[in-house]
Design a protein around this ligand. Sequence first.
Ligand code: OKV
Ligand code: MN
Length: 249
Amino acid sequence: AGAVWIASDIHLGPDTPNTARAFHAFLDKACAQADALILCGDIFDAWIGDDFALASPPEWLVHTLDKLVHVSSTTTLWLGRGNRDFLIGHALARRVGAQLLPDKVYLVTEYGNVLLSHGDEYCTADAGYQRFRRIVRNPVVQKTFLALGLKLRRDIADWARQRSMTANRYKSARIMDVEPQAIEQAFLDYDVDTMVHGHTHRPATHRHIVGGRPRQRIVLPDWDYDHSQPARAGWLTIDRNGPVLHQQT
Ligand code: OKV
Ligand code: MN
């Protein structure tokens, strides 16, 4: 009892049927064993508004929505937004019976206090991304985007994805990872010994000494059963004995 399960970066979309299947199997297991399930961002590879998804959900999405409804009927479901599905809103949360999480979550567990987030906010060395983030997170910009027709929203999303792929080709691994200074500051600001995030797709448990105290930062893996060989997936469980990172490769 008292187990929290956490996963992120599943990146579901129209061309990830195998990842969806693996994720649905994970949801069944979480239903049976977790007291709460937290999905902390990028469950979807793109999200251009709840209205698009809910009015007449595409085939690939229907099954996932039903699964999430089933999960929330059995266990507490929390939904966080990532850098890709940052437009997820209360309509989707209501549709699947989940609660929306704020950007940073101070999670009180039987094991101790944990700072949980998607993780992109710590990638402060990536100036191009942080600029994109500031723009698309502006409420006025979001409201304007959501008022556009579906076709135009799709075209803008395609354009943004193309642009991002081109830009990322010239970014080093260090720039695309979290910035150590931003991590240290978060440990101090939130006064926690454990941080959990996803986003970087570099699963690990990092040991840090910050403010003279040992701390740990657990990075969740991304999921891919469609484009990667071998397939990858994973999640974190936290109960009174502490966090355990479960990895499937
Ligand atoms: C999400 C990312 C595409 C990274 C655009 C205002 C704009 C929202 C949007 C468009 C894109 C989400 C909603 C997507 C994340 C990308 C490419 C790179 C690094 C505006 C509000 F443009 F009008 F200002 N978007 N989509 N990227 O396709 O899901 O995170 S998306
Ligand atoms: Mn991400």
